[in-house]
Design a protein around this ligand. Sequence first.
Ligand code: ZN
Length: 73
Amino acid sequence: MKKFFAAIVAVLVLTVSFASVLAASYVGNANSGKFHFADCSSVNKMNPANRVNFNTRDEAIAAGYVPCKRCNP
Ligand SMILES: [Zn+2]
């Protein structure tokens, strides 16, 4: 029975962490210091290592990121 609960907890943790990645509306580039809408073409070209997710625009600005000139978030 303990294994059953452990499996359920593992699935829940995975679902929540996956959902939080999908829910990110803004993506910052740690290398350029700019942030984008998650669907900006620059985000796809970005090195995943430089990717910083933000849920809100204010969060990105508070972290010192400036808006991208292409997607103008
Ligand atoms: Zn952009």
